[in-house]
Design a protein around this ligand. Structure first.
Ligand code: ATP
Length: 265
């Protein structure tokens, strides 16, 4: 039976690089309409590889999906181009932010709306929305992005993704290298977008504490395998999650026992 609540489904995904390095062995999770889902795991667990697979970006890095299924709505992601997926509403903010450093903040934002042939008034209205979400960007709109702070670049990258009006916003480690207050601010804004616009969000994070605070559900990857799919509130209470991912011990010291079978909930 097809679950119409599900926007993105990943089933038994297996992926390699160069046909030799197995990065993902068995990854399964889903994102329902209107949910925030966190994808967690230690360094090298497979978060970025999973996100790249969702936008069919692995071939650019000599990566291959060798088994499993990914559906974004009715679209089979494995047969769609990255550009077609963006047009369908699956939009990523890649790790490292990747602003156009020589363009101003506002030019960066506008570039996000170009792919959907928006009118000038639509672009202006969307810019105002983004400035309301991130007032810092309004102050900096005429500044060259390369001269703005890491937090402002992250906000610019998120704003640029929003300009293409995503149905699913995917973010890879938005907290990376940012001060805790800036990270709080960014996650609060993501929650606001989720609540006010019912934007569905998938966020890969090493900062499990902040991700579990703001997500509805979470998936924890260990060595390319889904170890747990569960409600974020439940995961926060589990002592082994606290030990391994919320700072009580290091992740290398143990493994998680599944809370629920590691399939789509
Ligand atoms: N371009 C690549 N070529 C070969 N192997 C890669 C490539 N990218 C990632 N890998 C390998 O795939 C595995 C998963 O890496 P991935 O970057 O997906 O993990 P991650 O959870 O995002 O880690 P991090 O949090 O450190 O970014 C690792 O063993 C990594 O070394």
């Amino acid at each position: 039976m097809v679950d119409t609540d599900i926007l993105l489904s990943v089933e038994s995904l297996r992926a390699t690089y160069n046909h030799t390095i197995t990065a993902l062995t068995d990854v399964s999770f889903s994102v329902k309409h209107g949910e925030i889902v966190a994808l967690l795991g230690a360094n090298g667990a497979g978060k970025t590889t999973t996100l790249k697979a969702l936008s069919n970006l692995l071939p650019a890095e000599r990566g291959q999906i060798v088994a499993g299924r990914i559906h974004f709505g009715a679209i089979d992601v494995t047969t769609a181009s990255p550009a077609a997926l963006v047009r369908a509403g699956l939009v990523q903010v890649l790790e490292g932010r990747h602003c156009f450093r020589t363009l101003t903040v506002e030019e960066n934002l506008i570039s996000g709306g170009l792919g959907r042939s928006a009118t000038r008034s639509e672009i202006t209205a969307d810019l105002e929305k983004i400035y309301a979400l991130f007032p810092r960007l309004k102050e900096k709109r005429r500044v060259t992005s390369g001269l703005t702070s890491g937090g402002e670049q992250q906000m610019t990258a998120i704003g640029r993704a929003l300009m293409s009006r995503p149905r699913l916003l995917v973010l890879d480690e938005p907290s990376m290298g940012l001060a805790p207050l800036v990270v709080q601010d960014i996650f609060r804004t993501l929650r606001r977008l989720n609540e006010e616009e019912r934007l569905s969000i998938l966020v890969a994070e090493q900062n499990s504490a902040i991700a579990l605070k703001y997500a509805d559900r979470a998936t924890i990857l260990e060595n390319g395998v889904t170890a747990i799919n569960g409600a974020a509130a439940d995961l926060r209470q589990r002592s082994e999650v606290q030990d391994l991912y919320l700072g009580r011990k290091t992740a290398a010291s143990g493994h998680l026992a599944p809370l629920v079978p590691a399939t789509n909930p």
